[in-house]
Design a protein around this ligand. Structure first.
Ligand code: PMP
Length: 419
């Protein structure tokens, strides 16, 4: 991009012309509705937003268990801020590592069944840090074609000479690539990066087959379970636990704390040696300010709720089932997703935008996801469900969605909707 005075304005107009401009809004939780439920500890505050003075039911957040506005998290955060202050003041390795960080790392290690866990400020940084620390120049870095942007960037930042993306979910292709690299570069290693639950599609990675391939070729398998931990598997242990796999199968487990855990931050869990190596070599851990301790305190409160309140997972699962059966009955073309992420692909950017606007008019907030976040021609509504939704919210959403689909679906399939 040239630095002529008009160059950015021209580039932005081009983004507009392709209907790819991203816009943000100021969204605030509706306090009155949260407080109305606060006395009931088993009630999840409804995911309701006020935007530009209007009320919307939010169907696109990652707050899958309804914990982001939970009073226990807010109280833990406020109590900790009074004791420890708002900011960490330094990186973990200088003087920013406090008792709440230490306790949370211990609890996350226990929760994931690993020897140690290491906090990072964000999931994006955790993924970059892992790849840079573990990949050498001659190693193969392999990733699923639909991996999250942070894993794609992690592979770039690893600066290996051998980087490859395999077709989505194709464990056989991943295994073949590992075999080829082992044959041509016998002294080199390999790093395989995958989402556990794919963030824009909601499907699960074929973890048993990937783990077998990684073990066969002595490769590191890194699973970023941003959307699985807390929601899937026994005790909310995530996609790895869902498949009955453990630390030997998936030696590097990345979790984020801004989704099902309702707070902010991320962690990597693994063997004591792995974590110690990350402390020494993960640049996004070493050279950045530690996340505020009140955030860690809120996450500790969330973790207790994730472990003890299994009803949240059960309710989420029940709402996912309800959404899917109602949507399928109305002819909506769902993807093969068993998770809280339930996209509806409209194809053209304009169709996804107009469908999003139609839902907004009906009182639902669902953003349109467009390239480059998803492949060209697959613009979509990424609907996400939460334990905090009510059945009536889901039913009303499906009604509005079926109408939007009837009006904005690709012409070849539109006639099939609204049965
Ligand atoms: N990995 C995946 C699969 C994600 O979906 C996201 C967030 N959208 C991240 C990592 C990044 O996590 P964070 O928001 O904590 O940076």
């Amino acid at each position: 991009m040239r630095r002529a005075p008009e160059a950015l304005a021209v580039a932005l107009r081009e983004v507009d012309a392709r209907r790819l401009r991203r816009r943000r809004v100021v969204a605030a939780p509706v306090r009155a509705e949260i407080e109305a439920l606060a006395p009931d500890p088993r009630a999840a505050a409804p995911p309701v937003l006020a935007i530009d003075g209007r009320r919307y039911v939010n169907f696109c957040s990652n707050d899958y268990l309804g914990l982001a506005t939970h009073p226990a998290l807010a109280a833990a955060m406020a109590d900790c801020a009074r004791l420890q202050g708002a900011g960490a003041g330094a990186s973990h390795l200088v003087s920013g590592h406090g008792p709440e960080h230490e306790a949370l790392e211990r609890e996350l290690a226990e929760f994931t069944g690993r020897e140690r866990a290491l906090l990072f400020s964000t999931g994006y940084m955790a993924n970059l840090g892992v790849a840079v620390a573990l990949a050498d120049r001659d190693d193969l870095v392999l990733g699923d074609r639909l991996n999250h942007a942070s894993l794609v960037d992690a592979a770039l930042l690893a600066r290996t000479r051998h980087s490859l993306r395999y077709a989505h979910g194709d464990a056989a292709a991943a295994r073949a690539a590992l075999a080829t690299h082992a044959a041509t570069s016998p002294a080199a290693g390999a790093l395989m990066l995958t989402d556990g639950v794919f963030s824009m599609d909601g499907d699960l990675a074929p973890l048993p087959a990937l783990a077998a391939a990684a073990r066969e070729h002595g490769a590191w398998l890194v699973v970023d379970d941003a959307h699985g931990l807390g929601t899937l598997g026994p005790g909310g242990g995530g996609s790895v636990a869902h498949f009955g796999l453990g630390a030997d199968d998936v030696p590097v487990l990345v979790g984020t704390l801004g989704k099902a855990f309702g707070s902010f931050g991320a962690f990597v869990a693994g063997s004591a040696e792995l974590i110690e190596w990350l402390v020494q070599r993960a640049r996004t851990y070493i050279y950045t300010t530690a996340l505020p301790q009140p955030v860690a305190a809120a996450t500790r409160a969330a973790l207790r709720l994730v472990v003890t309140e299994s009803w949240r997972r059960e309710k989420l699962e029940q709402l996912v089932g309800r959404f899917r059966s109602l949507a399928i009955a109305r002819g909506l073309p769902l993807l093969d997703s068993p998770t809280a992420i339930q996209p509806v692909i409209f194809g053209a950017e304009s169709a996804a935008l107009e469908a999003s606007e139609a839902l907004r008019a009906a009182g639902f907030w669902v953003g349109a996801i467009r390239p480059p976040t998803v492949p060209p021609g697959t613009a979509r509504l990424r609907i996400t469900l939460s334990a905090a939704h009510r059945e009536a919210d889901v039913d009303a959403l499906v009604d509005a969605l079926a109408m939007a689909w009837a009006r904005h679906a690709p012409p070849s399939v539109a006639g099939r909707a609204l049965r």
